[in-house]
Design a protein around this ligand. Structure first.
Ligand code: ADP
Length: 269
């Protein structure tokens, strides 16, 4: 199914969680980014258009300001994102440059999606960039986002971006193979669900938990967990956009899905 969805789609939004972008040393995995850019470049050559939603500013920031690791104060967190966002974009730029592809940074807050003029501007900018062969890389503007204006997690940001750009497909790359019928970290007998047609039903049956995040869950850097992925699926599917949730921490994750070799969960309209 994932193979068909990718084959059919022309406009694809691809989101990476922080855990997916981190190497075993807890820093941005430049090799992974480079390999991903290679896979994306192939799809672009085939005529597809790609928008990336990338977390990882904090994690990139910590590699420069490791003494801030224990500083939980909001101003330090936001300062860390400001430092890290530059490093994150630098890493993406270096990944795409050898393929002759330019990237562009778009930082958004919840307010941007609530304002008609801004939404229209964002949409036009996205269309212009992509038409020019540039790969936009979207992230939440964490340095200015206080609680009231936070989108909160990049699954939701990715879903809203996919709707805004009228994408044909949203792919969430996470540290898990897809949606399981119960939390696989707690239940070794959990089974992967390959296709979801009824998200409300999937939500009821999966023992969702809160997933990763800084709450002692699976990942050190992730926020959101499976609940926000189901929320994202619900949002895009209601606009007729299918979504794939798949493992990003494997060799050539995009090729694997496109060739049908990789597993994943398809959320269908
Ligand atoms: P990311 O950082 O990629 O956004 P998260 O770590 O926040 O991802 O969320 C994914 C995690 O959600 C998985 O690693 C898993 O531990 C947890 N999870 C809880 N319930 C489920 C379920 N039913 N199916 C899949 N994953 C689940």
């Amino acid at each position: 199914m994932t193979k068909e969805l990718i084959a059919r789609a022309r406009k694809i939004v691809i989101k990476f969680g922080s855990n997916t972008l981190a190497g075993s040393n807890g820093r941005i995995n430049n090799m992974f980014l480079g390999e991903f850019a290679g896979q994306a470049a192939e799809l672009i050559k085939e005529g597809k258009q790609i928008v990336i939603v990338s977390s990882g500013a904090q994690l990139a920031g910590l590699s420069a300001m490791d003494k801030w690791e224990r500083k939980k104060d909001i101003h330090y967190r936001q300062a860390l994102c400001a430092v890290g966002q530059v490093l994150l974009m630098n890493a993406w730029e270096q990944a795409f440059a050898p393929r002759g592809i330019h990237i562009a940074q778009i930082l958004l807050t919840r307010d941007d999606f609530a304002d008609n003029t801004r939404t229209l501007n964002m949409r036009n900018t996205l269309f212009t960039l992509v038409d020019e062969g540039i790969v936009p890389i979207i992230n939440e503007n964490d340095s200015v986002s206080v609680e009231e204006i936070k989108i909160g997690d990049n699954d939701t940001l990715a879903a809203q971006s996919a709707i805004l750009w009228s994408a044909d497909l949203l792919i969430l790359f996470s540290d898990i193979d897809g949606l399981y019928d119960k939390n696989p970290r707690e239940y070794p007998d959990a089974k992967l669900v390959e296709e979801v047609h009824d998200i409300a039903e999937a939500r009821r049956s999966a023992i969702t938990g809160t997933g990763g995040g800084n709450d002692g869950g699976a990942g050190k850097f992730g926020t959101g967990g499976i609940v926000t992925k189901l929320d994202a699926a619900e949002q895009v599917v209601s606009y007729g956009i299918p979504m794939i949730l798949a493992q990003g921490r494997r060799k050539q994750p995009l090729y694997a899905l496109a060739s049908g070799a990789g597993q994943g969960t398809a959320f269908l309209v």
